[in-house]
Ligand binder design. Structure first.
Ligand SMILES: [Zn+2]
Ligand SMILES: [Zn+2]
Length: 393
């Protein structure tokens, strides 16, 4: 038995159509906040199936609402629609037709999963309450979830709970993974500009060398995780780039670097950002240089709510048995803007295995592809979750 054996018959009957939609989206990837054709397709299908469709939240976001019965209860399910600036190298017949753009994170699959569930929910699902299907832009950068919320997502479409999923290579195809509490890391990009004083490479005493200051900062930053963060906590401080100078006999005026900072809790995140600020400023001052620090693209840690995670897990266990789940799922130091939604509304972000076979690619790799065998499993799960959450009994 594997999880495909549990796919709802009517979802299986429409699988070929849904795969065609997935491949169409894959062929026409669109970057953050440019998901015009994708959101057109999503909105058209939802409207065809009888959803009340709202567009324009977070620029290209779409919400499809379906009400049944009289219950005031409501559930939100979210999929992301954006692609990445990567040149596809899969050689697939449905490979990207857009130069330098690719669905390398499987958001084409997530969108198709939710569309497949949407079709079923509208045609025959048994529930009492309101379902909001949230198709968001710009997960990969720009915080599309946050932008939809800024535009009133949860005020216009109140949800008692919200759920989302992501495929994950390295786990068996179609297995579902749940973990309560801190599950994915916060992410902050920290840009640092060091201003020294340029001069002749042969006369360093007349200059303030920003490269030496920068090198000292890079080394000093290494002590934050090792000396300030409690040993049992998770934290990452990576210097992703360090640019300065252009000739061996010229000391430049400035140096620039950018850090990626990750933590699993709000406390550790604050500690990291505080210590980075203090370390950078003190290092720069000790050389007579100045430092300017800017934090951008802040994503909070993703914290799954205990009650909703247990609920979502139980739905999977009742449907698939324990063998249908990823055992002992560990936290991930990647980040996800669904974390913004979970700050506002209780819920759970879960994984679906994308396959653990030879030759499988990690997401964001030019050889990656979403595993089509997951589509109907994911769609059936969303249906089970909605029917249970908004059950008649
Ligand atoms: Zn991604
Ligand atoms: Zn992704």
């Amino acid at each position: 038995m594997n999880n495909r054996d549990f796919i709802l018959p009517d979802i299986l009957a429409h699988e070929a159509d849904m795969l065609a939609i997935r491949h169409q989206i894959h062929q026409h990837p669109e970057l953050s906040f440019e998901e015009v054709a994708t959101s057109d397709l999503v909105a058209r299908l939802l409207a065809e199936w009888g959803y009340e469709v709202h567009r324009g939240l977070g620029k290209t976001g779409v919400v499809g609402t379906l009400k049944r019965g009289t219950s005031p209860r409501s559930i939100g399910i979210r999929a992301d629609m954006d692609a990445l600036p990567i040149q596809e190298e899969t050689g697939l017949p449905y490979a990207s037709r857009h130069q330098g753009k690719m669905h390398a994170c499987g958001h084409d699959g997530h969108t198709a999963i939710l569309l497949s569930a949407a079709r079923y929910l509208a045609s025959q699902a048994d529930f009492d309450g309101t379902v909001h299907l949230i198709f968001q832009p710009a997960e990969e950068g720009g915080g599309g979830a946050y932008q939809m919320m800024q535009d009133g997502l949860f005020e216009c479409f109140p949800c008692d709970a919200v759920f989302g999923l992501h495929n994950m290579p390295g786990y068996p195809t179609g297995l579902l993974g749940f973990r309560a509490g801190p599950f994915m890391a916060s992410s902050d990009s920290v840009h640092i500009k060091i201003s020294g004083k340029g001069g002749h490479g042969a006369m360093p005493h007349k200059a303030v060398d920003p490269i030496v200051v920068g090198a000292s900062i890079v080394m000093a930053l290494q002590s934050i995780v090792s000396r300030n963060v409690p040993p049992l906590e998770t934290a990452v401080v990576t210097v992703g780039y360090f640019h300065a100078g252009h000739a061996s006999n010229v000391i430049p005026d400035t140096a620039e670097m950018e850090l990626s900072v990750r933590a699993m809790t709000f406390e550790v995140r604050q500690l990291l950002l505080k210590r980075i600020e203090e370390t950078v400023q003190a290092q720069a001052a000790s050389f007579g240089a100045a430092a300017e620090i800017n934090i951008h693209d802040p994503y909070p840690p993703l914290i799954n709510h205990a009650k909703e995670t247990e609920f979502a897990r139980q739905v999977a266990v009742d449907w698939l048995g324990e063998q249908g789940l990823i055992p002992d799922l560990q936290p991930i130091t990647g980040s996800e803007d669904f974390s913004f939604m979970l700050e506002k509304v209780p819920g759970c972000y879960l994984l679906i295995g994308n396959g653990d076979g030879e030759g499988g690619c990690m997401v964001h790799n030019p050889g990656y592809d979403f595993n089509d065998d997951c589509l109907s499993v994911g769609a059936s799960y969303w249906v089970k979750l909605v029917e249970k959450y908004l059950s008649n009994s």
